[in-house]
Design a binder for this molecule. Sequence first.
Ligand code: NAP
Length: 242
Amino acid sequence: MEKVAIITGGSRGIGLSIARELGKNGYIPVITARKVEELGQAQRTLKDDGIDAYIKSLDVSEYANCKELVEDVLERYGKVDVLVNCAGITRDKLFIRMIPQDWEEVVKINLLGTFNMTHAVLKSMVSAKKGVIVNIASVVGISGNAGQTNYSASKAGVIAFTRSLAKEVGGWGIRVVAVAPGFIETSMTGKLNEDIKKDYLSRIPLKRFGTAQDVAKLVGFMVSEDASYINGQVYVIDGGLV
Ligand code: NAP
């Protein structure tokens, strides 16, 4: 029986690459995001690679949306084997210029969204006595970064959440891990100005930016049986940046 993986933020960037990687590894990817057109586009792209993905538009910061999605997936496929919490946003600004909304939006999507999806999925994993949850954090959640107090705090929260939940649910055979990417070329980093990009590049020992596929390969390993004794860990993938 095919395994089922829900990937939030699966319409583009890192999430779409993870959906492709897991699809190639025999999972049915269920991909979610807010923009319906982009989800449709992602579904067609995956179809071209021979992968049948199920798509659903939702906002991860809305608990009811997440509950509904999981009920729908359980009705359709009977289980959720893997959850990848990948939906995320940035609202970069120096802290002194930040308004409460910049903080709230980022924390609501990156951290509350991770709570919402995980909470919605967990009961079914506990009943099945198995499951893997991969949270996409960021190196700045470990190192901190000027201009990203909101984002780095949300990702540090995701890391602490990962470590704590792993201790709670390991006894039910559920693994919880985090992946912390450095600078990965996607639309999120595409909007940064050239000077910032140059500065990052000069600090990456491997002298290249990461690709969404670099991260997807790591997630593919993390959810596999080969990683069955890895739990509660945070894996940095940043070319040596931090
Ligand atoms: P991206 O290209 O901007 O993709 C973000 C994805 O999240 C999109 O599918 C987006 O779709 C979805 N999303 C955003 N807000 C959402 C919401 N409220 N509800 C549901 N879906 C939502 O970014 P990316 O670079 O692939 O980033 C993916 C993850 O990796 C994020 O968690 C990010 O923080 C993390 N990360 C990225 C980098 C990097 O350098 N790129 C580094 C470290 C960590 P909609 O806009 O349609 O909702």
